[in-house]
Design a protein around this ligand. Structure first.
Ligand SMILES: [Zn+2]
Ligand SMILES: [Zn+2]
Length: 102
């Protein structure tokens, strides 16, 4: 989907036609009587693209966080001292319920 937006944006911005209503190579739809504004289309596509781009770091952060979590967040069971993941709800050794402390 981001690639499609990128391509559409490129097609509209690179088109050499000089009217705001565009031409058939960029935004004008030959099957539609509606005339879109080229300028409006570009800003709309830019907006969509910005949303896509801003979503990428969020996804990456989430994955990184999740990965680190698995590696170093460990706690000892209060009942039997068995080392378990801090996000575990119960001790895998004795079954004691683990209180969340974060
Ligand atoms: Zn055009
Ligand atoms: Zn335990």
């Amino acid at each position: 989907m981001p690639e499609l937006v990128e391509k559409a944006l490129e097609r509209v911005t690179r088109c050499q036609c000089d009217t705001d209503s565009g031409c058939f190579r960029c935004i004008a739809n030959p099957r539609s009587e509606d005339r879109a504004s080229k300028e409006a289309t570009i800003s709309l596509l830019n907006e969509i693209r910005r949303v896509f781009l801003s979503q990428v770091p969020v996804i990456q952060n989430f994955l990184e966080k999740d990965g680190n979590y698995e590696d170093d967040e460990q706690v000892a069971c209060p009942s039997c001292d068995h080392i378990i993941k801090s996000n575990a709800k119960f001790c895998s050794e004795c079954g004691t319920k683990i209180e969340e402390n974060s």
